[in-house]
Design a protein around this ligand. Structure first.
Ligand SMILES: C[S@@+](CC[C@H](N)C(=O)[O-])C[C@H]1O[C@@H](n2cnc3c(N)ncnc32)[C@H](O)[C@@H]1O
Length: 271
């Protein structure tokens, strides 16, 4: 929880109940906050058209990218740590033959297939620390087809800068009964290397009640750093291209492929 949210709760003597953004009621909130956002879909569909074979959507969540990929006729494995998030996706595509939902950690997974395209949307690579990203890169390489493409997004420009300042603001989130006001709070930690984000429903900031504080912790990662990490892990220097967004955010898409020997370290690869 951020110090600012703690202070707000203290002033009304409210008791916090910290809830991960991607489990339980957090998933419904995420759906309301991000579900309608079409950013990245156009670019990921273009990548899909340029590649063959099944697609692996890592940290797929409620399927913001998976659903359009499946609807475009592609076979997709949607992998996520949270069964609650994947439940939204299963509801969106009930019993669909072209989607396979896998509850797993993107740092440690072992699947049967090799994929023509592996994607990580919504800047979710920032959920992983350096050790986690090393494990991710090794797993991606093991699951990528010989001519496969690995692509993920990260904030760039002014959007990246806004991720390195602590701040609080009130935002409006669509809900079943209209818009609802939430307090968004971001706290920078580890000398700017990490950020804690919280959301609290403003109407809940009342005297003495229990208040749900939705929370996530993310790394602050520059595209240049991620490009270097990819090269160090044996991938080609990525192509970096802007993602078209509607809310003025600056999002960059990093697209790469395996640059090393096709057989390098394949002993533990999928069958
Ligand atoms: C920002 S959401 C992205 C969801 C979706 N891809 C989108 O574009 O809206 C991040 C997702 O990453 C998942 N996640 C967090 N840590 C993970 C991990 N180590 N392995 C797999 N998924 C993870 C969360 O459960 C959540 O669904």
């Amino acid at each position: 929880m951020t110090a600012a949210v703690r202070a707000r709760l203290d002033t009304v003597r409210a008791v916090p109940r910290v809830q991960d953004l991607y489990t339980g009621v957090g998933t419904d909130f995420y759906e309301r906050l991000v579900g309608p956002d079409r950013a990245e879909i156009r670019e990921v569909l273009a990548l899909a058209r340029a590649t063959a074979g099944p697609i692996l959507d890592l940290a797929a969540g409620s399927g913001r990218l998976t659903v359009p990929l499946v609807r475009s006729g592609r076979q997709v494995t949607a992998l996520d740590l949270s069964d609650d998030m994947l439940a939204h996706l299963r509801r969106a595509l009930p019993g669909h033959a072209m989607v396979d939902c896998v509850v797993a950690d993107m740092r440690r997974f072992s699947l049967e297939h090799r994929y023509g395209l592996i994607v990580i949307g919504a800047t979710s690579i920032t959920l992983l620390d350096r050790a986690g990203r090393s494990l991710l890169y090794a797993n991606v390489r093991r699951h990528l087809a010989a001519d496969g493409v690995f692509a993920f997004t990260v904030a760039g420009g002014a959007s990246a800068e806004s991720l390195s300042e602590s701040r609080e603001l009130e935002i409006s989130v669509p809900g079943p009964d209209g818009e609802e006001a939430y307090l968004f709070s971001q706290q920078i930690e580890e000398d700017g290397a990490a950020r804690v984000v919280n959301w609290v429903r403003v109407a809940d900031l009342e005297d003495g009640g229990e208040v749900t504080v939705l929370a996530s912790r993310l790394r602050v990662l520059h595209p240049d750093l991620l490009s270097r990490e990819l090269v160090d892990a044996g991938f080609a220097a990525p192509a970096v291209s802007p993602v078209r967004t509607h809310r003025g955010e600056e999002i960059l898409l990093l697209t790469t492929s395996w640059a090393g020997s096709p057989d390098a370290g394949d002993d533990d690869g999928p069958e």
